[in-house]
Design a binder for this molecule. Structure first.
Ligand code: NIG
Ligand code: FE
Length: 402
């Protein structure tokens, strides 16, 4: 058994404890194998064989990055330059660049290469205290390349020891060879790709937007995925308003993500269905989009998660801590909302109730952070100082990885 004790500030995220983040001063966590078996004040901690001193640290559940496109090949630095010069994301996509340029590079990459690059990216995430990552396909857009991405993502997770959940996103955009037959491509996703990848995917996602898929196409694809046992999530209301969030909520989707253009009816539908709002401030910043309607989501009681959307185009942001700060600064979340957004609520966006909280019975995912030099041991400091926070100790399912 491993005991971590004398943690100055332990954010358990446990709703049954007092305080917005279930915080404990001088906290302790006891882990036995893959599980947490006890959590409380250090003065009441049981004895253990191995003891780690948490003095000077902020402790929290291993972070959950619940929306990424981490497995890709190629670079979009040239496109970034074009966007800085005034071209916009959707026009570049519609003229064959953007996501489509990443598709060309990813199709040409081997399983080994995709696995290796994902391993490197996951190591970076882990260094920031992230122990669970969702990774989408969507840069293959034909069955073999889609499957290769999903397999690479899963095996990279096994190699690094981070828990990876995979999402099939064959409906990311219509590939060039189907450009003039888009109804045919939607059928290809449902009939050919989905059955070919379903055993290596946990979820299904669709990018519903101008220049991507319609609400009706998205609904058909999500329903087909649900029928094969995959949880539904959707890229909704990002660039143009479409009604995708309402559609997703109607299907009982786990999450609707982006939401910059979300309307009142969408907020209401998500609240009723318990669909989690996944906020992606990296994409909002890079695409110069307006903020999602945070006050309305909050008032309606919609749970909010925060993720990186890490991808080579709209959000080349690998550091979840940067997104925590941006969610507060550019979207208006409170410090507590942002921290719940990368722990308990991010786990719920993935349908997981075994992590994101430090409590007896939960997965032993724990990260310890020192505040920046000269700053007090307080969670507010980690959010105020943007990004780059390296975890000093990380346990993932009880394994000490950092
Ligand atoms: O979440 N919006 C669509 N999909 C991704 C972008 C992926 C890309 O640009 O390569 C997103 O922003
Ligand atoms: Fe995305």
């Amino acid at each position: 058994m491993h005991l971590v004790k004398s943690i100055d500030v332990l954010l358990t995220m446990d709703p049954s404890r007092p305080g917005a983040l279930g915080g404990l001063e001088n906290g302790a966590v006891l882990m036995d194998g893959e599980r947490i078996v006890w959590c409380g004040r250090s003065s009441e901690a049981p004895d253990a064989e191995f003891v780690v001193d948490g003095t000077g640290y902020i402790g929290m559940p291993g972070l959950v990055d619940c929306h990424t496109h981490m497995t890709w090949a190629g670079s979009r630095a040239d496109e970034f330059r074009r966007r800085l010069a005034g071209e916009n994301y959707t026009d570049i996509l519609e003229s064959g660049g953007g996501i489509l340029s990443t598709v060309a590079a990813t199709r040409a990459a081997s399983l080994e290469w995709l696995t290796e690059v994902t391993v490197e990216r996951l190591h970076r995430a882990l260094s920031h205290g992230v122990t669970t990552v969702e990774i989408k396909s969507g840069y293959g857009l034909e069955k073999q390349a889609e499957r290769r991405q999903l397999v690479a993502a899963r095996s990279a997770g096994e190699k690094v020891g981070v828990s990876v959940l995979t999402t099939f996103l064959g409906a990311h955009t219509v590939p060039a060879e189907w450009r003039d037959k888009r109804a045919g491509y939607t059928q290809d996703v449902i009939v050919n790709q989905l059955p070919y990848v379903a055993d290596v995917a946990d979820f299904i996602d669709v990018y519903v937007d101008r220049g991507a898929f319609s609400v009706a196409e998205g609904k058909a694809i999500l329903e087909a995925g649900q029928a094969m046992g995959l949880g539904a999530r959707v890229h909704a209301e990002q660039v143009a308003y479409t009604g995708a969030a309402q559609m997703a909520a109607g299907l009982g989707a786990l999450s609707a993500d982006h939401l910059e253009q979300l309307d009142e009816a969408g907020v209401k539908a998500m609240a009723e269905a318990g669909t989690v709002a996944v906020l992606l401030p990296g994409a909002m910043l890079y695409l110069k989009d307006p903020a999602p309607p945070i006050a309305e989501l909050r008032a309606a009681g919609v749970r909010m998660a925060v993720a990186t959307d890490f991808n080579p185009g709209s959000s080349p942001v690998s550091d979840l801590w940067t997104c925590v700060s941006l969610a507060c600064i550019s979207m208006g979340l409170t410090i507590e909302e942002a921290l719940k957004g990368v722990t308990i609520n991010a786990a719920l966006a993935l349908g997981l109730s075994d992590r994101g909280v430090i409590r007896e019975g939960m997965r032993a995912d724990l990260a310890l952070f020192r505040p920046p030099p000269g700053e007090p041991v307080s969670e507010a400091v980690l959010v105020q100082h943007m990004g780059g926070h390296k975890a000093d100790h990380v346990w993932a399912q009880g394994r000490k990885l950092v």
